[in-house]
Design a protein around this ligand. Structure first.
Ligand SMILES: Nc1nc(=O)c2c([nH]1)NC[C@@H]1CN(c3ccc(C(=O)N[C@@H](CCC(=O)O)C(=O)O)cc3)C=[N+]21
Length: 285
């Protein structure tokens, strides 16, 4: 069994990026800038945002954090996004989700300049990904692809099953596994809460991606012998952080699996840095 160590892989990517940034900084005369907007006090979001800030700083990216109170108006968030769109020192804009009740996240996301949309959530970038055009790919599924690539796990001709159809993971993950440049070419099924015979379907997967948001949802009987299992779940339970897969029960059955923590999570942050540097390069081109 190969443990797909996202923490180590992300660290390798980050040190590569650090060199890229150092070279580009000399060329462009400024550091890359990422603006992160955090609305409200959600503890998990605060942890993520702090991790993102730390990762940026480490890579030589200027991180500009905007912490807004939960009772901020929709207009205030929109005005901030409009201002960040025009700023020359801001290459990327990230609006941390979910937003507190009363705020409309899609309207906010739609306002972000697609060239600064390092999350890949703007409809233009969603469309570009669907069409196979260059743009920004959402960080979590992009991190999964990068993790597979760097472990030389091929996907061509393989049967992939994704559990979960969210806009930020399931849907873009499907598009990337269908075809992402010269990579992928998997045959993809996207399963969800109303998929009948889910267990049997999953048990046919060569590559199983779990993005459900329920701790230990994927059990041994749902996993094919020798499958590659990617656990996107980050569930906070009384016993700490848990993935969507019952790791201990399936680890002896699989050929490769991601741990939680230390799997997809750190890769998500690494891909955010990749996208930010890409935005910086395009901005300066
Ligand atoms: N606009 C936006 N973009 C996002 O990319 C975004 C978001 N909103 N909202 C929330 C989700 C979640 N997410 C994670 C990032 C890193 C870890 C991560 O580093 N996890 C560590 C554990 C960290 C912990 O202890 O919680 C790990 O898996 O090893 C987890 C989750 C990004 N998201």
């Amino acid at each position: 069994m190969i443990l797909l160590d996202g923490k180590a892989t992300a660290a390798a990517i980050r040190s590569e990026l650090k060199e890229t940034v150092a070279a580009k900084e000399t060329l462009y005369g400024r550091k890359p800038g990422l603006a992160v907007i955090l609305v409200g006090e959600d503890p998990a979001s605060q942890v993520y945002v702090r991790n993102k800030e730390r990762a940026c700083e480490n890579a030589g990216i200027e991180s500009l954090a905007y912490r807004l109170p939960a009772d901020v108006t929709q207009k205030d968030v929109e005005d901030l996004i409009r201002e960040l769109n025009t700023r020359d020192d801001v290459d990327g804009i990230l609006l941390q989700l979910p937003l507190p009740k009363g705020l409309d996240s899609q309207t906010c996301l739609d306002l972000i300049d697609p060239e600064k949309d390092v999350d890949g959530f703007h409809p233009v970038n969603v469309g570009r990904l669907a069409l196979g055009l260059p743009g920004y790919a959402p960080c979590t599924p992009a991190g999964v692809i990068e993790l597979l690539k760097r472990h030389e796990i091929t996907t061509s001709g393989k049967r992939a099953v994704i559990i979960g159809r969210s806009n930020i993971v399931g849907k873009p993950m499907a598009m990337m596994l269908w075809g992402y440049g010269d990579f992928a070419n998997a045959t993809v099924t996207v399963a969800h809460s109303r998929t009948p015979n889910l267990k049997e379907l999953c048990a046919e997967a060569d590559i199983l991606v779990a993005a459900i948001g329920r701790p230990h949802f994927v059990t041994a009987d749902m996993v094919k012998e020798g499958a590659v299992v990617i656990d996107v779940g980050i569930n906070r339970t009384d016993n700490g952080l848990a993935g969507d897969c019952d790791f201990d029960a399936i680890k002896d059955k699989v050929s490769a699996i991601t741990p939680v923590p230390g799997g997809v999570g750190p890769m998500t942050i690494a891909m955010l840095l990749v996208n930010t540097i890409q935005a910086y390069e395009r901005h300066n081109a």
